[in-house]
Design a protein around this ligand. Structure first.
Ligand code: M6R
Length: 365
């Protein structure tokens, strides 16, 4: 049931404040402001020298965000790969390892094959899934469900942000167990995460500005998305969403990679989305943005009020997000990225919930 929405995707985007609240309250104890992940003790965070993370598509991009978190908050190195590469790479895995698999459907063939590869090698297996009775959930040693509810639109939206919520909890839990995250810092981070549902609601208020981007974007043949740190996986996610929904060719790049090739593409026909909350590396992204502007690229900057006031006049359009802390930013900035792809696809008249050539669950490799 789409309720009052035209598409499942719109409904699922707008459900995020609520389902993020459900997922967060399952994994965080708000009375102590601590991560409380039941079953995490089987992941052996304390003694790991690295964590293996594997998934496909948007779920892989959630994993990529988590690499920044596990490494920053838990000093735990993460080996992350897309499942179709991981499964055939003959990666050494042993009984000392822990491997985490992320899948909305829990049925993705390559992710399942990667899980079996690690299980065979004796690794401890954790799975973040949205469908609790799925094959991946059944075969994992520990299941960490996302409480997103059924996701019908082929494009993953609420499952992605709920995967991020679970991964944030695991990263903070790992940091505590490894003795690198102080109780005080953990309380501070958890308090910030409690703001996610209300921040998500505020982020959705940018929708009326985002709708206006659809017309100019619909005329483009290509688009670029740029970001640094946890905004880099979001740049990849923005490009993936735009491709799958509107069939416009899009690429996501780490902003610092621009001058190593893709800057050659920039001209006045190239829309460039820059994802840049006002954080410690904001200045770096702004200087990449200025390089794009100097070559005539048409910039849409997604940032907060401070970022907007410190970005000069390089951007043609600015989408304003509320102010927020670093750890919540990738969860919240996913929303404008989803809305851009959604409204462009609606404007162009493509089949939003069932884009051509795609299936909701990819059970063949
Ligand atoms: O069910 P899964 O999370 O394992 O699916 C993985 C990908 O197929 C999926 O995220 C795909 O990339 C989405 N259509 C992206 O919106």
């Amino acid at each position: 049931d789409k309720g009052n929405y035209k598409h499942f995707m719109a409904k699922e985007i707008h459900e995020q404040p609520e389902v993020l609240g459900h997922t967060l309250s399952r994994y965080f104890d708000y009375s102590t402001n601590q991560a409380r992940v039941a079953g995490a003790e089987h992941l052996n965070f304390k003694n790991l020298s690295r964590l293996i993370v594997t998934a496909c598509g948007t779920a892989y991009l959630a994993g990529l965000v988590s690499k920044y978190w596990f490494e920053k908050y838990a000093r735990l190195p993460v080996d992350i790969d897309i499942a179709s590469e991981f499964r055939y790479r003959e990666t050494p895995v042993s009984g000392q390892d822990t491997a985490l698999f992320i899948s909305q459907s829990g049925e993705t063939a390559d992710t399942l094959a990667s899980l079996r590869y690690c299980k065979e090698a004796g690794a401890a297996i954790g799975a973040i899934v949205n469908v609790p009775e799925s094959t991946i959930a059944r075969e994992a040693d520990m299941v960490f469900p996302t409480i997103a509810g059924p996701e019908i639109g082929v494009a993953s939206t609420k499952a992605f942000t709920c995967q991020l919520a679970v991964l944030a909890a695991l990263a903070l839990q790992a940091g505590r167990e490894r003795g690198v995250l102080s109780a005080e810092k953990e309380r501070e981070l958890v308090a910030e995460l409690t703001e996610v549902p209300s921040l998500a609601l505020k982020a959705l208020a940018a929708e009326s500005d985002i709708v206006k981007l659809a017309l100019p974007l619909s005329k483009a043949d290509n688009a670029l998305y740029l970001g640094r740190a946890t905004s880099y996986p979001l740049a990849l996610e923005g490009a993936l969403k735009l491709k799958e929904l509107s069939y416009i060719h899009a690429e996501g790049y780490a902003a610092g990679e621009l001058k190593h090739g893709p800057i050659a593409l920039i001209d006045e026909n190239m829309p460039v989305f820059v994802i840049a909350p006002h954080d410690a590396i904001f200045e770096k992204t702004v200087s990449n943005m200025q390089e794009v502007a100097a070559r005539g690229g048409r910039i849409v900057l997604i940032t907060d009020a401070r970022g907007a006031s410190e970005s000069g006049n390089a951007a043609e359009n600015v989408v304003i997000m509320p102010e927020m802390s670093d750890i919540v930013a990738p969860i919240i900035y996913a929303l404008p990225v989803q809305l851009i792809a959604y409204h462009t696809a609606v404007f162009m008249g493509t089949d939003v919930d069932q884009p051509r050539n795609l299936a909701k669950s990819v059970t063949v490799e």
